[in-house]
Ligand binder design. Structure first.
Ligand SMILES: Cc1cc2nc3c(=O)[nH]c(=O)nc-3n(C[C@H](O)[C@H](O)[C@H](O)COP(=O)(O)OP(=O)(O)OC[C@H]3O[C@@H](n4cnc5c(N)ncnc54)[C@H](O)[C@@H]3O)c2cc1C
Length: 229
C-alpha cells in the first residue's frame, strides 16, 4: 500500500511528528504499539525501515515521531518529503502491544521511543479495567520531552496515570527529575514485582533496564520491549 504525507511539524530540532494517509483503505487496522514499514529504493538499493505508530487508530490516517539520523540511509529521505509525496508501506505489524490492561504497568521510553506509548497509554487508560500506569520518559534536554503537554494533560485528568519526564542534561532552570530513566526505575516500581513493564528505545537503554528488572526478580513475560537498533 502507499502512504501519502499529509503534513509534519517540528517537535524539537531534527525530530518531527508526521501525519500520513493511506488512501487505499477507509480504516488502517492496527493495535496500539504496532509499527509500519516503509520500503524505498534509494541510491539503487532497496531499503526497509520500521516506524512505531504514534497515534491511536483514526480512519486511514496515522502519525509517526521521527528522528533524523545524520548520515542514516533512510531517515534523511523522510525529512525531505513534502505534503502530497508518498512512499511504499507494509501494513502494521508487531507484538509490542498491551498484554493485559487490567494489570498495573510501567512504560519506559527514551527519545523517539515515546512513539508507541502515545498510542498505547491513552488506549490503556480507556479500558474499563485500567489500573495504575506510570510513564517514565528520558530525554537529554527539556525540548526533547516530545508530546509532554499531551501526557501532562492526560495525567491531570486521569488519577491513575503518572507522567515522569527525566532529563539527562537539564538546564539549571529545570525543576523536574534529572538523570537517566534507570535512576528512577526503583522509585517507579516501589515494592511491586507484579507490574508489566513496557520498554521502548535504543538497545543500550532497553538492555540495561531489562537487566535491572531481571535482577529484581521480574519474570521475562512481564518485560515487553521494542528495540529501535
Ligand atoms: C520496530 C521498530 C520501530 C521503530 N520506530 C521508530 C520510530 O518510531 N521513530 C524513529 O525515529 N525510529 C524508529 N525506528 C528506527 C528506524 O527503523 C531506523 O532505524 C531509523 O530511522 C534510522 O534509519 P536510517 O536508515 O536513517 O539509519 P541507518 O543507516 O540504518 O543507521 C542506523 C543508526 O541509527 C541509529 N538509530 C536508529 N533509530 C534511531 C532513532 N530513532 N534515534 C536515533 N538514532 C537512531 C542506530 O543506533 C544506528 O546507529 C524503529 C525501529 C524498529 C525496529
Amino acid at each position: 500500500m502507499k502512504a501519502t504525507l499529509v503534513g509534519s511539524r517540528e517537535l524539537a530540532p531534527e525530530v518531527r511528528n508526521f501525519v500520513f494517509e493511506v488512501s487505499a483503505v477507509d480504516e488502517l487496522q492496527f493495535k496500539p504499539g504496532q509499527f509500519v514499514s516503509f520500503e524505498e529504493t534509494l541510491g539503487g538499493k532497496k531499503i526497509t525501515r520500521a516506524y512505531s505508530i504514534a497515534s491511536r487508530p483514526n480512519g486511514n490516517r496515522f502519525e509517526l515521531c521521527l528522528n533524523l539520523v545524520q548520515d542514516g540511509a533512510f531517515s534523511p529521505h523522510l525529512f525531505t518529503m513534502q505534503p502530497g509525496d508518498s512512499l511504499e508501506m507494509l501494513p502494521p505489524l508487531g507484538f509490542f502491544t498491551v498484554r493485559n490492561p487490567a494489570k498495573d504497568a510501567l512504560f519506559i521510553a527514551t527519545g523517539t521511543g515515546i512513539a508507541p506509548f502515545r498510542s498505547m497509554v491513552p488506549d490503556y487508560l480507556n479500558h474499563p479495567e485500567a489500573k495504575q500506569l506510570t510513564l517514565l520518559f528520558g530525554a537529554r534536554y527539556e525540548n526533547g520531552r516530545y508530546y509532554a503537554d499531551e501526557f501532562e494533560a492526560l495525567a491531570n485528568r486521569s488519577s491513575n496515570f503518572r507522567f515522569w519526564p527525566t532529563l539527562s542534561r537539564p538546564e539549571p532552570s529545570w525543576k523536574g527529575r534529572s538523570g537517566h530513566v534507570q535512576i528512577h526505575l526503583l522509585e517507579a516500581i516501589g515494592d511491586r514485582r507484579d507490574l508489566d513493564v513496557y520498554i521502548c528505545g535504543l538497545k543500550a537503554m532497553v538492555d540495561d533496564v531489562r537487566g535491572i528488572l531481571k535482577a529484581l526478580g521480574f519474570d521475562r513475560k512481564q518485560i515487553i520491549f521494542e528495540k529501535y537498533d
